[in-house]
Structures are given as C-alpha cells and as structure tokens.
Design a protein around this ligand. Sequence first.
Ligand code: PLP
Length: 405
Amino acid sequence: MKPIQKSKKLDNVCYDIRGPVLELAQRMEEEGHKIIKLNIGNVGVFGFDPPEEIQLDMIRNLSNASAYSDSKGIFAARKAIMQYCQEKGIQGVALDDVYTGNGVSELIVLSMNALLNDGDEVLVPAPDYPLWTAAVSLSSGTPVHYLCDESKDWAPDLNDLRKKITPRTKAIVVINPNNPTGAIYSKEVLLEMVKIAREHGLILFADEIYDKMLYDAEKHISLASLSTDVVTITFNGLSKNYRSCGYRAGWMVVSGDKEMVRDYIEGLNMLASMRLCANVPGQYAIQTALGGYQSIDDLVGEGGRLAKQRDLAWKLITAIPGVTCVKPKSALYLFPKLDPEVYPIKDDQQFVADLLKEEKVLLVQGSGFNWGKPDHFRVVFLPHEDVLTEAIGRLARFLERYRNK
Ligand code: PLP
C-alpha cells in the first residue's frame, strides 16, 4: 500500500493552540515531568464547576435526551436563546433563526463551509481565536487579517480593515470580548464596523462567547443589537460563561435582513441537517443556564476568584523587565508583549518550546493567534494564585536568562 496523505484542504489549516508544542508537553509528561499548563481555556480542569442547577437539570432530562432533536435544536433551548437575544437588544430573532451546535466550534466551521467558494475572502482579526482563520481556510476561503491596535487597548484598526476589503470579501469576523487580548469594543468602534459591513454588503460574524466574563463592571454590547439591516450571525454558548466546555453546548443566531441571505440560510440548514443535531443533553442545559442564577458574576466581580487571578497574573507579568501587557477587561487570558530590543526572538514557537523544556511551563506563542510578529504570547490565568505565582516566577527566571545571554 502506498502511503496515504492528508487532504490538500488542510494545507493552509493551522491550529497551534493544540499544536506541536502541546505534543512536546505530552511527551514530557509521559516521561514523568510535571508541567504547569497555561495554554488552554479549559475552565473545568481548574476547579471551576458548572452551576449545580445546570448539572441537575441535565441529569433529570437524560432520559428525554436519547433521541435526535430537531437539527436546529430543542424548542426550550432555542426559545431561551431567543429571549437572551431580546435581553441583549438583538431585534427580529425568531425561533427559526437559532441553531444549536456542539459548541461554538462546530458552528464556526459550519457557517464558513456554507458560505465560501474558492478564494472568497473573510476578514479575520489579528490576533484572533485561530479556529476562525482555520475554518475559513478549511472551507477553501482566504483569511485576510485586519490588525487590532495594542496602543488602543487592542481595538480593531478600522483603517486597516477598510484597506483590506476587496471585491472578493464576503464577511468580517468580530471577536468581542476578544480571545486572546481580553479587549471589549466600544459602541463607536462597533457602529463603524456595522457601517463598513453595510457599505460593502458584508456579513458580520460576531463571536461573543465571553460576553458575561466582564471585569471592572464593564458592559458588553452585542454587535447585532446595533442594526436591524446588516446580516449578523452571533455566536455564544455555555463553555465559558457557565464553565461547561465539555457539555458542547453552543449556538448561533441569524439577524438582520434575512431576505438578502435566503440562499445562505438554506446552506446553513442543509449543513445543520447533515450533522443531524447537536448533543441533546447539552441542549437541555441551555434554558436552565440562561434563566438561572448567573454565578459567573461572583467570579468576575470585585474579589471574585477570576478577577483576583487576573489582577495577580497581570501584576506579576508586567513586573518582568521588557514585558508589557494591556490589562484584559474580559475572558481568561493575558496577551503580553516582549520588547524586541530586550528579547530579540526570531521564532516564537521555539521560544515557548524552550520555556517548556527549561521551566516546565506551557504557554502558546503569539503566532498561534495569527499575530504577525514573534513578540507576544498568551497566558491563561485560570489556575489558583499559588500556581500562577509559581508559573510566572519560572517565566521571569527564564526571561532573565534570555536577557543575559
Ligand atoms: N470562540 C472563542 C473566542 C473561544 O475562545 C472559544 C474557545 O476557547 C470558542 C469560540 C469555542 O468554544 P466552544 O467550546 O463553544 O466550542
């Protein structure tokens, strides 16, 4: 038998959060090394449990959940999502506009697959949550990265965005709150993005999975709430706000002038049917989660565990010479910058691999988030304060050696 190659469709697909450095970490663990992992926002492994009422409700419904559901999801979940849209000011959402999925991840890939032809372009932020770039490439589209501006609290650079629109552009991806930067976008910036989409007839894809993880009493504005005409697909789910990554419960909602995208919606419906339905027990958790006690507020509010960990991680990281970091307003991550004068890094993947080998701390390099320069990395601040202190202490030690090389 001749060796079998992977599909050419995967040639430009890259998902480094679970890439070669993670494989190295796994090999080291097999050899008996203990590694502090600050690489993945997998909330459950750090002692954050889903609200008990969600767990109980899912258990109670298990016997109802053994059959396939409607391909868009069970009524109760979609109704609750519709109501959530109303709360967030997203107008004109009917039950039919709501799709549940096996996490937002499945719906990101599905929504790109239904949209793109060879070479169609999608504007994706840099840095981004890299599944967006990967999904565009997998769907035979071309991801075109617009810059977010670190000097402006990582807000999208709208001039850069405008410059990158071509006749092949079909859509703009907006990740707000942002992974990896923790930025929350202002109403002015969001309104401009809506205006740009309207002017050029583009669809907006709004990934808002961190919309309840807001520190310092910040407010989140849903992009879709700012227009009734521009077609916007809003993504959200239980993974982060309800600490339920493993339940694989996510959704997307189509709003705006749906007549303009009737054919695209047919495509979405077809792909949703082809995967039959999303995990049904997970769908049962959605209504309880959205309608229940919002315990996330206790974690991100003043004195909450996540708020304290964010403050500590940020303080320790920014105390390292040559390291700066915009303080995240949301989510679970820091995206610090290494001053290139102090740390002339050529290959940031090698940089995080060296840190792993020397100090047994696992981070993800900035290029894993489609950031163009080798001068950033992402830190997950989910572990308890003592672990964060140990991990960032080791990073500081590693960087000190790097400076003195
Ligand atoms: N979107 C963003 C911005 C994320 O950070 C993540 C996961 O980290 C996802 C989507 C995927 O979430 P899900 O667990 O719903 O697939």
